[in-house]
Design a protein around this ligand. Structure first.
Ligand code: ZN
Length: 666
């Protein structure tokens, strides 16, 4: 029996590692997230019954260890030297000439060109294929031992699949830890909602996440890795750098797929120019190109200066920064009352577009960076769409600059503002600025999608007292609209038609449109699916809401507070009178659905839905539910503590879905 469990554990670990590799390294997952979670849960179960079989390289042991007071500094076996930078095609060609002269080489030199990811450099040590230690670059000679935090990053295998037979006795891999732009934006949004200071850019966010003293916190940050070099190697001989990259990938670490072997410097230049604009399409920041001599023999021959190896050079793209002047600072009031200072800039071209404003985030930030009106500043787009002010060019100060004083009252309604963490907020529910932003949001595409109801029009409607809140738009008449500036009768009629059409929007759009704090379009979809009508959502309890996986306490409380507000009740009354749809729309059965004609079986206890609900949903979409698994079954939906149906489905190779995946299918 004991041998049996040990074998079972080995098999599960091997399966999980295999799927990690498919997902993280090859970007070709073979199983659903849910099926992966099942493997993980099964492994945890076996390890719980036999704790003596738990090894540090088990996939269950990524988050291990308690928070620590600080990081120990460790010496690098091979120094992590810096790289010589070049900034132009000419400098690159001079570099090529120089090293060819050193090597007395007439023929062109073969290079490998790679994207230079703007992240945090790390070194990773593997002993016999087991991840043993990882550190930051530090000053190049000594770095911080951040092994526990690096273990939480799923891109980093804790054990190579070849660890049992031919893994090198000792191997050092170097790479860059980064945070994808999309995850960076989400992280910053979340921090803003929680009243925390935003990260300046994805690199800072990655560096901050790696230096958290509690590995379980690092585990929550979606950090990723691209490995780019072998530092130290014992084992088979490697002939060139391209070979090293291939080997790294074989060991199961992700390598950026865009590297290229260039036969000469001309090809390197083409590569550099080609990526200058294309890099904007990537979901991570690239600040240049790294060019390496491909042959390891030549690398050895070239050696290093005291600062940098001679066989490597980087081509830096002009930073996507621009220098301009702050003409004025305006305070914007958001739909939830947050006061955001925005700088009006002298127009300047940045990353190919003309910009004339930059966000200053909050007044603490203005004070920290000592930003004044009239200052010459450096602006940058750092993983986001609206640029930000990076720093003041102090040398350009004339003494005429004026400090920006945080307002004590709301610029829109004169109500006293309250400081909450780093943000100033106006809590007046009738604040015209908030009302306007809420109406804009209500009319936006992901909400009620009312074409033609833009900021300029809303400004007039509110200022002329034609509407007080977004529900009032449904009582607008043709004469009201035609009386406004720059609105002809035809566009007024078009707008009325658009408003009328919006009454038929789905419940999820309506929930989103209400502008409940913390509830975006994604949460709105979940709520709509769960409650089916606005009335049911209105009467939901905090426990019911908290019980929904993606909602959480903060959002649940915000929803309860919103619906118990008397002003909300009045607004919902108006929407009801206007005949706005408040139901989840029935699914069009004629539409092609992945469920139509398919046979489902359920097993285990579901969290979000009752069995009846699931059956209803499947039937409405044209599928059917049977009680036992057979070769005719298309999908098995699995909840907690599944029965023998799961084993049978696995045997028959039937697709297995968790609740989340079932929702996606819907
Ligand atoms: Zn106000």
């Amino acid at each position: 029996m004991a041998k049996n469990i040990s074998e079972k554990i080995d098999t599960l670990r091997a399966q999980i590692r295999y799927h990690d590799r498919k997902y993280y390294v090859e970007n070709m997952p073979e199983i659903t997230d849910f099926a992966y979670d099942l493997l993980m849960k099964e492994l945890e179960k076996y390890e719980k019954t036999s704790p003596h079989l738990i090894t540090p390289d088990s996939p269950t042991q990524r988050v291990s260890g308690e928070p620590i007071p600080g990081f120990k500094s460790i010496e690098h076996r091979i120094p992590m030297l810096s790289i010589e930078n070049t900034y132009s095609e000419q400098e690159l060609r001079e570099y090529d000439t120089r090293i060819r002269r050193m090597l007395k080489c007439e023929d062109p030199i073969e290079y490998v060109a790679e994207l230079k990811i703007d992240g945090v450099a790390v070194t990773l040590w593997y002993q016999n294929g087991i991840f043993t230690q990882g550190a930051t670059r530090g000053d190049g000679l000594r770095g911080d031992n951040i092994t526990a935090n690096l273990r939480t990053i799923k891109d980093i295998p804790l054990r190579f699949s070849c660890a049992d037979n031919h893994a090198p006795p000792l191997l050092e891999i170097r790479g860059e830890i980064y945070l994808p732009n999309s995850d960076f934006q989400r992280l910053n949004q979340l921090r803003e909602e929680e009243g925390k200071v935003r990260f300046a850019n994805p690199r800072n966010a990655a560096a901050g996440s790696l230096k958290l003293l509690d590995p379980s916190m690092t585990a929550k940050r979606p950090l990723r890795l691209f490995a780019y070099a072998v530092g130290y190697y014992e084992g088979k001989t490697l002939v060139n750098h391209a070979n090293c990259l291939k080997t790294i990938k074989e060991f199961g670490l992700p390598v950026n797929p865009h590297y290229q072997i260039c036969r000469n410097m001309d090809e390197v230049v083409l590569y550099c120019n080609g990526w200058e604009l294309k890099r904007d399409q990537l979901d991570y920041e690239v600040d240049g190109i790294v060019v390496k001599v491909n042959s390891l023999e030549l690398q050895k021959e070239l050696g290093a200066t005291s600062k940098a190896p001679r066989w490597i050079v980087s081509y830096k793209y002009c930073p996507e920064e621009a220098v301009t002047k702050i003409e004025s600072i305006r305070v914007q009031v958001g739909k939830t009352g947050t006061l955001t200072p925005v700088a009006k800039l002298q127009s300047v071209v940045l990353s190919g577009t003309t910009v004339s404003r930059a966000t200053l985030h909050n007044f603490d930030e203005i004070e920290r960076k000592d930003i004044r009106i009239g200052d010459v500043v450096v602006v940058q787009k750092a993983g986001e769409i609206i640029p930000q002010v990076v720093r003041v060019v102090q040398g350009n100060r004339t003494g005429e600059e004026k400090p920006c004083i945080p307002p004590v009252t709301c610029p829109a309604c004169n109500d006293t503002v309250v400081k909450e963490d780093v943000y100033l907020r106006c809590y007046n529910p009738f604040c015209p600025a908030q009302v306007k932003r809420k109406i804009e949001y209500f009319a936006s595409r992901k909400a009620m999608d009312i074409e033609g109801l833009g900021p300029a029009l809303i400004e007039q409607l509110v200022d002329k007292n034609l509407i007080e809140d977004y529900a009032d738009i449904y009582s607008l008449q043709l004469d009201d609209l035609a009386s406004l500036d720059r609105v002809g009768e035809k566009s007024a009629q078009n707008l009325l038609n658009a408003i009328e059409k919006s009454k038929k929007r789905d419940l999820c759009n309506l929930i989103c449109a209400l502008g409940i704090m913390h509830v975006g379009s994604h949460a709105a979809e979940i709520l709509a699916k769960r409650f089916n009508t606005l009335e049911k959502l209105t009467s939901a309890t905090v426990e019911e809401l908290e019980g929904i996986h993606a909602i959480g306490t903060i959002m649940a409380r915000s929803i309860i507070a919103f619906f118990s507000n008397s002003q909300t009740k009045e607004i919902i009354g108006k929407l009801q009178t206007a005949g706005v749809n408040r139901k989840a729309l029935d699914i069009d059965e004629s539409a092609a659905s992945p469920i139509k004609g398919k046979t489902f079986v359920l097993t285990g206890v579901l969290n979000k839905y009752s069995r009846k609900e699931v059956e209803g949903l499947i039937k409405r979409k044209g599928g059917k539910v049977t009680s036992s698994v057979s070769s005719k079954t298309d999908y098995l939906i699995v909840g907690d503590t599944p029965g023998s149906k799961l084993e049978k489905a696995k045997e028959l190779g039937i697709a297995i879905l968790g609740e989340g995946e079932f929702e996606k299918l819907l």
